[in-house]
Design a protein around this ligand. Sequence first.
Ligand code: NAD
Length: 450
Amino acid sequence: MGTGSVELVAATAPKITVIGTGYLGATHAVCMAALGYQVLGVDVDADKISRLTSGEVPFFEPGLPELLIKALDSGRLRFTTSFQEVADFGDIHFVCVGTPQRAGSFAADVSYVDAAVTELAGHLRRRALVVGKSTVPVGTAARLAELIRTVAPAGGSVELAWNPEFLREGFAIDDTMRPDRLVFGVSSPWAEQRLREVFAPVIGQGSPVMVTDPQTAELVKVAANSFLATKISYINAMAEVCEAIGADVHDLALALGLDERIGSRFLRPGLGFGGGCLPKDIRAFMHRAEELGVGQAVAFLREVDGINQRRRARTVDLVRELAGGDLRGVRVAALGAAFKPDSDDIRDAPALDVASSLHQLGARVRVFDPVALDNARRAYPALEYGQSTFDVATGADVVVLLTEWSQFREIDPAALRTVVARRRIVDGRHALDPAHWRAAGWEYRALGRP
Ligand SMILES: NC(=O)c1ccc[n+]([C@@H]2O[C@H](COP(=O)([O-])OP(=O)(O)OC[C@H]3O[C@@H](n4cnc5c(N)ncnc54)[C@H](O)[C@@H]3O)[C@@H](O)[C@H]2O)c1
């Protein structure tokens, strides 16, 4: 994505705003500025805005800090807390606020989306396109379009489109610049044309565009996440069967993945999925489908969720088994806290769920993660934390690998054995070579492997 795109800073190029500057929004704002657009980001979190303004990315995302600095230096990227300023500035407003799981329910909490759109619309006095990127229950766009028509001083000249986001944390810049596909959920040719214009540099790099209606666009996102979650839980269900009969799910997954119709991606057995998207998205989908009277169509997602949760419990069991049946007083080195490698995101992180269960069962758990320690400490203050793999492993009775960071994959079992009290490891992510570890004198256990 080179200099060509920067030529877009023609007077006619649309001015862009990004509402909500978290993992998704900050990345989108920075990338849009890198592509040559004038961008204004807004958030209700004043601290986040001041950190971004001073050139600091408030979370871990490879490459983003450098790109933020460049964008700020170019003068094309600014941040604010004023919706008035955002409405005055922007031609296209991207809504990127959070949609977490509602407390005590499977439903998505859309109150942040509603608040952001209401606040923005109240200031919109000229033609503009509002583009939802947040993951929302199908039907939200139709409701928000009506809300905008009622609230915006510019009324019907403000349109709403949905452009679901598929980026993966850890690969966020690449996924934004070169996505597998762009989905435009639009209600008019004008909205499609505006989106084609703003994504022209991305489309020019070869990403295919799918134009559809807003409700289908909303569905693409939750259907895609449901499919991915199902694929992960499918192989983890096979792991449960393997455990019952002494078969090896690792080999099973390899053999299945070689079938071109199945494919090996997302077919890795282990501790399962977590994070700020998959778990809450499949639950919100189940809830929304119930509301629409088609709950039965996605009832299998309850099983997908259940299998995923059982992997966490089973990992705790494996540690307990290795420790001789009782976790009280057992020193456990927990490697990993983030929900996946290359991220500091600990939302619904399987690693911390397991670590905290072990702690509750009486183990003395010490956790290390290359980037998520600060977040983990805030969310789980009762756990102990260390500064490195060898630090937490010193004196450990069991080591448990919970997030497959590459630095954990590369641990030398011969070196690690010199610091632990006992050579026992649970590989919660099928990230290590069992033969290598066993040869170094370790008792190695992994879910679904004999
Ligand atoms: N994180 C991902 O990898 C990813 C990928 C695809 C889609 N999504 C979806 O994108 C959305 C955002 O996710 P995220 O991970 O960036 O969440 P996040 O919590 O990191 O960021 C959300 C931001 O919105 C801000 N916000 C809340 N209410 C606001 C308001 N009224 N006005 C302005 N800002 C407001 C918050 O302060 C926060 O900074 C969610 O719907 C999520 O499902 C996330």
